[in-house]
Design a protein around this ligand. Structure first.
Ligand code: UFG
Length: 331
């Protein structure tokens, strides 16, 4: 039975990838320091190693204890705004932890690695939809940290034969359609859960960050991709690196939705108004980020199965309604 190490497997995207692996019958070990992740997000039967990636001795111990077919590396600092306040912390932690992890994997003979990368690599993109040939020009330290990690992995690929997949996520949202996992960040900064919580009157009214962008309704356009589809893209990438070696893919649904579109979808699905007001722009927000995921589709056969904004909002709404305290509701 294949066995995978999933760092950040107690977090939002990581926990959905763990479910995708378990659904295939794979064995999973999660390594997570639980600063962002939740113990309750790790399913029964999955070993949780509570450790920080900065603890090299613990990481080496994990590789000495188990033999892994691949590492799926989700654990990272990932809030764009916070990275603008603490650039060196973001860069040093994301880069050092990721490359030391890859180094430990290589030393243990594990030469398969899947990296959670980001659309933030592209900054203000030179064209939309954004394909893999677009200019890499991050406009914040978070995106730049992932660029540096991708470059480090490319060297490891050339020199050590590491086979890696760099998966550039656009806006991950939604939750497991079977209700086994959901989105629970602290602090929550993402639009979909904030809009749902505002509708459920669990949070204050939503602030729309700017309506003077050069878009049809003046609000920013993003590519919301269902987290379960994103999880499946990891499975597709694992298969691809096995047969074809390293790869880099942009992953989105290919559909742009504005902030106003998201508010309308939440109101339609939830049957409640989303109280909101218009505020100033948020620093560092590009007007439009939409992925061209054609390469991933053509090379792996991956297809989004929950691609519509309504699917995303429906599953996210169901989880948040069922878990008013998020994972704190669970034993
Ligand atoms: N937004 C609001 N009000 C809020 C929160 C968000 O109007 O209270 C807007 C943002 O301005 C943006 C959109 O909703 O236009 C989406 O914002 P999110 O914070 O949900 O997501 P981001 O697009 O900022 O960032 C996400 C990931 C990043 C990744 C980026 C790449 O969190 O890690 O997508 O597209 F880099």
């Amino acid at each position: 039975m294949p066995r995978y190490l999933v760092t950040g497997g107690a977090g939002f995207v990581g926990s959905h990838a763990v479910l995708a692996l378990l659904d295939r019958g794979d064995e999973v070990v999660v390594l997570d320091n639980l600063t962002q992740g939740h113990r309750a997000a790790v399913p029964a039967g999955v070993t949780l190693v509570e450790a920080d990636l900065g603890d090299s001795a613990r990481v080496a111990e994990v590789f000495a204890t188990w033999r892994f077919d691949a590492v799926l590396h989700f654990a990272a600092l990932s809030i764009v705004g916070a990275s603008m306040r603490e650039p060196l912390h973001y860069i040093s932690e994301n880069v050092a932890h990721s490359l030391r992890l890859a180094d430990a994997a290589i030393k243990a003979g594990c030469l398969r690695f899947v990296l959670s990368s980001t659309a933030a690599l592209f900054g203000n993109p030179d064209r939309v939809p954004i394909d893999e040939e677009c200019r890499i020009a991050p406009s914040n330290p978070y995106g730049d940290s992932k660029r540096m990690v991708e470059e480090g992995l490319a060297w490891a690929s050339r020199i050590h034969g590491l086979r890696y997949a760099a998966l550039r996520y656009f806006n991950a949202a939604g939750s497991d359609p079977a209700g086994r996992a959901g989105e629970d960040h602290d602090p929550e900064t993402h639009l979909v859960p904030l809009a749902i919580d505002a509708a459920l009157e669990r949070r204050p009214a939503l602030t729309v960050f700017g309506e003077d962008y050069a878009t049809p309704d003046g609000t920013c356009i993003r590519d919301y991709v269902h987290v379960t589809d994103l999880a499946q893209a990891h499975i597709a990438a694992l298969e691809r690196i096995e047969t074809h070696g390293s790869c880099r893919y942009n992953i989105g649904s290919g559909n742009g939705a504005s902030v106003r579109d998201v508010i309308a979808a939440v109101e339609r699905i939830g049957g409640r108004k989303v109280p909101h007001s218009i505020g100033p722009r948020r620093a560092g927000d590009p007007a439009v980020l939409v992925a061209a995921s054609d390469r991933l589709r053509a090379e792996t056969g991956w297809q989004p199965r929950h691609g519509s904004l309504d699917d995303i909002v429906r599953t996210a709404w169901a989880w948040r309604e069922a878990h008013p305290q998020g994972y704190a509701d669970r034993p």
